[in-house]
Design a protein around this ligand. Structure first.
Ligand SMILES: NC(=O)c1ccc[n+]([C@@H]2O[C@H](COP(=O)([O-])OP(=O)(O)OC[C@H]3O[C@@H](n4cnc5c(N)ncnc54)[C@H](OP(=O)(O)O)[C@@H]3O)[C@@H](O)[C@H]2O)c1
Length: 298
């Protein structure tokens, strides 16, 4: 499908929510021809079209005909349903059909191989929280492009790259692991912070005090990890090879809550991998053994 340069590919959005609007605005700001928006409600499509100075489409066929690249930026649960409708209007003219889900792959476009079009998942590693503000952050995010037809993602890659976005290509079998990494770095940090708050509350901190006490630690540490990497950011008893502190804290947490003890043990093992890389001459054998113990035997 190399009839146009990537910058001339006409882009249409089905789903005028946060991601569709932000990506459309980012594209228009970088000179990409965005055709406009079709959405479940005409009002959303109109708002996004106004914001991006593009067109409102009132039926699917028109936006499909007008676009070379179609982003199905609808909620994950609607992608299959919208795809079934889009499929009916595909002709011999090839289109690049994309959704933006982190967890789903391009395989959701069932039967696309019987058409002239190609399917992709295109995922921004970014929390897109605002329809009208998040576009400013888009070029800071890495995007992944996943397809199960090797070699078909080049035009999309060029399209994103010519707007300043960094792109990593994945194949379908890699998508679950990729998304689980994103979950760990974002959502599961919430779970970890919640556990730390519960532990402080168990020694008399109020809800607000626990939150306020731990927040500076979290902020500084997150910045340090982001700026300097895990090795430089690591401090604390694991890095100091302080076996006694780790062992007794683990025992104490096990008495409080088995799951929280397990979190402490398993994440200490991960931190130990970092400590071992950082201090190659230190002997961490005793700490390793303390963290390997079955919890019930501690
Ligand atoms: N938000 C994030 O942080 C983020 C980050 C990465 C990836 N994603 C992915 O991006 C996609 C969109 O997420 P979002 O956060 O932008 O969701 P959103 O803000 O809820 O927007 C979804 C839009 O889809 C439209 N829609 C729903 N069903 C439809 C249908 N059957 N036909 C046409 N339009 C329909 C809705 O339209 P109406 O307004 O007209 O009702 C809504 O505006 C999802 O796949 C999500 O996983 C999101």
């Amino acid at each position: 499908m190399r009839t146009k340069t990537a910058m001339n590919l006409r882009v249409g959005f089905i789903g005028a929510g946060k991601v569709g609007t932000s990506l459309g605005k980012h594209f228009t700001e970088h000179g990409i021809p965005v055709m406009g928006y079709y959405s479940r409600t005409e009002q959303s499509a109109r708002e996004s079209a106004n914001f991006t100075k593009t067109k409102v489409y009132k039926n699917l066929e028109e936006i499909i005909t007008a676009s070379d690249v179609l982003f199905l930026t609808v909620s994950d649960g609607e992608i299959q349903n919208v795809w079934q409708q889009v499929k009916k209007y595909l002709t011999d003219v090839p289109k690049l059909i994309c959704h933006c889900s982190g967890a789903l792959t391009s395989q959701i476009f069932s039967g696309i191989e019987e058409t002239s079009s190609y399917g992709f998942s295109v995922h921004p590693l970014l929390a897109v929280s605002s329809r009208y503000e998040s576009y400013r952050e888009i070029s800071k995010a890495l995007f992944t492009i996943e397809s199960n037809v090797p070699g078909t993602g080049e035009e999309l890659k060029e399209l994103l790259e010519c707007t300043g976005i960094t792109v990593q290509q994945l194949d379908s079998s890699q998508k679950l692991r990729y998304h689980s990494a994103a979950v760990m770095a974002s959502n599961l940090m919430v779970g970890l912070f919640h556990s730390a708050e519960q532990v402080l509350k168990s020694v008399g901190f109020s809800d607000g005090n626990a939150h306020d006490a731990l927040s500076p630690l979290l902020r500084l540490n997150a910045d340090r990890i982001a700026d300097a990497g895990c090795r430089e950011a690591l401090t604390g008893p694991v890095e100091r090879n302080d076996v006694e502190t780790v062992r007794t804290e683990l025992e104490e947490l096990m008495k409080l809550d088995h799951d929280v003890g397990e979190i402490y043990r398993l994440l200490s093992k991960q931190a130990l991998e970092v400590a071992e890389e950082k201090h190659v001459t230190k002997n961490f054998t005793k700490l390793n053994i303390a963290l390997e113990k079955e919890l019930d035997s501690i």
